[in-house]
Design a protein around this ligand. Structure first.
Ligand code: F6R
Length: 245
């Protein structure tokens, strides 16, 4: 794994921006795997500025999001579809029919997962953007999700619901289930870029980078991927052996 240690969250976003800018310059028809949550927000702001400054364009880009809460449609302010619309898609020149997010309100969730897998199989994600949960999850693949998994319905761990409660008024409002790309979908990406900011991520980063490759830390499977770049701030890197003073 290539590890880029940054001074702060803004620096994390700038380093990630350079990778995405290079990708879109090299291949305007890129397929991007996107994440929600707090980690990518500053990167999305940089990408918006990049489009405004005419440094890059999303005109020919296609996107696949990692996940969506079950029970929420795109108009729900806490849905990931709404997040993507307000944090990125509304502000760049992307064609909305090129964007893909699992439908959280699908009547038949198993069918929705199957269709999402089929759509993913038709494309080949060039860069998959990831965050990591404090329990080591990637996408919503919680600890002990089989490494063989493809898009599936997930029961969220209480720790994940508590982490995500910051985006809701109360813990009770946080959904209990989500649809998530599986580990195999993530590993198929040509390149993976994972962002992590803050002390809360330090244990997960250490387990992912230095721990055994084990389903107890879903992120540890990234050790098997040939092209992974971690862009992390000093706090998230603080438990890594190579950075301990
Ligand atoms: C989001 C996702 C999750 C988050 C992870 C970290 O689409 O799939 O795996 O990346 O929970 O969330 P933040 O960035 O809010 O710390």
């Amino acid at each position: 794994m290539n590890i880029i240690r940054c001074l702060n969250a803004h620096d994390v976003a700038l380093k990630a921006y350079e990778i995405f800018k290079h990708q879109l310059h090299t291949k305007p028809h890129s397929v991007l795997g996107l994440a929600t949550g707090s980690s990518p927000i500053l990167l999305y702001q940089e990408l918006i500025l990049g489009v405004q400054n005419k440094e890059l364009s999303f005109k020919d880009v296609s996107t696949f999001n990692l996940d969506e809460y079950v029970g929420m449609d795109s108009t729900h302010p806490q849905s990931y579809a709404y997040f993507m619309k307000t944090q990125l898609f509304d502000h760049v020149d992307i064609q909305l029919h090129h964007t893909h997010i699992p439908h959280g309100l699908a009547h038949d969730l198993d069918l929705e997962c199957k269709l999402y897998n089929e759509a993913l199989d038709q494309y080949h994600v060039d860069i998959q953007l990831l965050g990591i949960g404090s329990n080591g999850h990637i996408g919503f693949n919680e600890p002990f999700t089989p490494f063989e998994s493809v898009t599936h319905v997930v029961k969220l761990k209480e720790s994940t619901r508590q982490d995500n409660a910051i985006f809701f008024n109360t813990l009770e409002e946080v959904p209990t289930h989500a649809i998530s790309m599986g580990i195999q979908n993530i590993l198929k990406a040509k390149k993976i870029v994972l962002l992590a900011i803050g002390k809360k991520k330090a244990h997960a980063i250490k387990a992912m980078v230095e721990g055994p490759i084990h389903e107890s830390c879903p992120g540890s499977i990234l050790q098997t991927h040939p092209d992974v770049t971690l862009i992390i701030d000093e706090e998230a890197a603080s438990l890594l052996s190579q950075y301990k003073s």
